[in-house]
Design a protein around this ligand. Sequence first.
Ligand SMILES: [Fe+2]
Length: 351
Amino acid sequence: MTSCNQTPKADVVLKDYGANPTVLNIDAYTMSNTNFRTALWTGTLLQTTLMSIPVGGDVGLEKHPTTDQFLRVEDGTAQVVMGDTENSLTFSQTAGKDFAIFIPAGKWHNIINTGKKPLKLYSIYSPVQHPHSTIHKTQDEAEEAEELENKHFFNNTENFMTQELIQLPYAINALAPTISRQTIEFHHGKHLQGYVNNLKNLIQGTEFANASLETMIRESDGAIFNNAGQILNHNMYFTQFSPRGGGNPSGALARAINAAWGSFENFQKEFETAGTGLFGSGWVWLAAGRDGKLSIIRESNAGNPLTKGLKPILTFDVWEHAYYLDFQNLRANHLNSLWKIVDWNVVESRY
Ligand SMILES: [Fe+2]
């Protein structure tokens, strides 16, 4: 008779067992895995993956904006580093066989194999981080797949040109009186044009010369981040309006809004309150997580929910230049008026 905690190695079949009831010897499965990453169990809210990191390799520096992570080392030796930014990994500790590693959501982290044999780990995520049945044979394959997943998820931001002023999909006076011709002339023709000109100069000869706005927002900081962010934010802002806009959203977006706020009216109220209460300059966003769940996000200055791993859906600009000519200091009145011109067809297509 085999004792209950010793599964013979021959019985190990590496595949995704989720979301079925499953009992297995996770040590044997982790030791048998030779892929960089193999999804072992993918449920609705939780996922377990097996990892094997070659000698001298690492998991890769990354952060999961909204996902806490647990890892256990089954074999090998690792250096675990964490920090608030990519360049300031102030936490550093060694982990060996039978060690547990807890990584809080939002922390940059890496796990480096510093030993003389493959580092065998398993990892538990909540919520799910990778598609069901994921197998990444190598770290390169994992990075490629992640890029593809991102491209698919963030499909609403990739079509904007980096170095050109976006064309307005309506006449310059078409959004009056909510947004006057004069405001459009300054906001689109001067402010946004200024960000486009700045970015062109800033990225010349840098690693971002041919990058998308989304990449710059994810990977840069300082002036490039600020100007790229302002361009993407304004592109999303100006293209979500129509003189025939207004009314209510429909379809999947309407259902998700109702699920999160009870009604469209409640959502509108909370969105306006978030925008009115934002101190200084910034943006209020409707954003979606990978599970489709919606949230209202406030961002200062050039901020975009992309940096939190969320998909931007709808945005109101609360910089004074967006409303001062038409509403002076009455930001709340401006935000309330914007609902009349929101083109829900465009916003729904971003969800
Ligand atoms: Fe603006």
